[in-house]
Design a binder for this molecule. Sequence first.
Ligand code: UT7
Length: 318
Amino acid sequence: MNGLQILGTGRALPAHRVTNDDLAQRVDTNHEWIVARTGIHERRFAQGETLTQLTVQAARQALERAGLTVADIGLCITATVTPDYLTPSQACLIHQELGLPEDCPAFDLSAGCTGFLYAMETAAAMLPRMSRPYALLVGGELLSRIVDMDDRSTCILFGDGAGAAVVKTDPEAPWFCHLGTRGRQEVLWALGPGNHPAYLHMDGQEVFQFALETVPALARQLLDKAGLDKDQVDWYVPHQANHRIVASVAKRLKVPLEKFYENIASYGNTSAGTIPIALDEMVEQGLLKDGQWVMCLGFGAGLTWGGALFRWKSMEER
Ligand code: UT7
């Protein structure tokens, strides 16, 4: 199957910062507990911004960095569980705002925090059949919409934000991907519209154990597929759910923690947003260099998990 090359990335975060001390004024918690148990110092909550505004801002930046225009895009996928409308999809709202071409299909994909990995693999499969070789992939959430601000076990974890990537299908690009699902509604769920608040409910410890069971095995599976050793991977880009999960995964894989990119301290868990936001920050900081191996690893509601292992190509080499 053709691989994907990431040509440009973007991100957008709401302006409003919510510190741990802010949350401690509402629920029985404190900064020390949150930092020790999660690594989170603050998160962003939208105050008036819509998901459309954030995702469009991230998408515009990704297009600009890719040196492409909307007329080049042949596919648009958004990974989210908190779209602005039930219908049309968030991807259609982005399509409208950006003025994407009519022969560019646009749709949403719901795979919880693994959504961006599902979007990448879907694009890898679909793009060779599209009229143009470029896709706009967006992952973003306004989780503050569905977080119960009186539940201290969840309100401290989640945040709002969006990331985007413009990708190109490439038969030469090494691309190793694995996606998994274990249908388990009762571990992490939120009801749709109705008489009940659509709050997020989570068995935190079960998600924690699930992550430690699946993510190291997923990383090994990808390394096997690629015929690489763990030390040949230059960057691991994990879903940002909990620093302790990242540290345990690194320990189990016997990979130095410094090879795992982390930004959970600033944003908390933005679900489908974490991986594209992280990639965009890494680009901006000059961390991703031509020829480097990058492994993205995600897990979340579903339960779902997914990983992608690919080679970074710098703009100059394209
Ligand atoms: O993207 C995927 C989405 N979700 C995740 O990845 C979540 C994965 N799970 C986690 O990150 C962790 O399980 C949590 C951060 C949610 C919780 O950490 P924990 O170390 O598993 O804590 P716990 O649930 O075992 O709770 C320990 C104690 C409990 O008190 P008791 O029963 O020991 O007296 C909780 O009531 O900590 C209490 N607690 C809190 N205390 C202060 C729970 N939340 C808080 C809080 N502040 N915010």
